[in-house]
Design a protein. Structure first.
Length: 81
């Protein structure tokens, strides 16, 4: 279950509450009867492991012609005068 942070508009106290997604947000602070507001934080997202980059899903090329020229092609291409 997620933890939500609230701040009281009257006393300024911050509190964290573990609530279900289906629970209604808190509206009043039990200590001072002030109005509570839910604090929204921006969170960074970290992608770990494989499968998150475009290069992870591409098939690897296994073209033997692109790796190295053949011996026949190398000797016929070079001509000495």
């Amino acid at each position: 279950m997620p933890t939500y942070e609230y701040v009281c508009n009257r006393c300024g106290k911050r509190l964290e509450v573990v609530q279900s997604f289906s629970d209604k947000p808190l509206t009043t602070h039990a200590d001072c009867d002030g109005q509570l507001e839910r604090v929204i934080h921006s969170r960074g997202v970290i992608f770990k492991g494989s499968g998150f980059y475009s290069t992870d899903s591409k098939p690897k090329k296994t073209d033997s012609k692109a790796k190295a020229p053949s011996k026949e092609g190398a000797s016929s291409d070079t001509s000495e005068d």
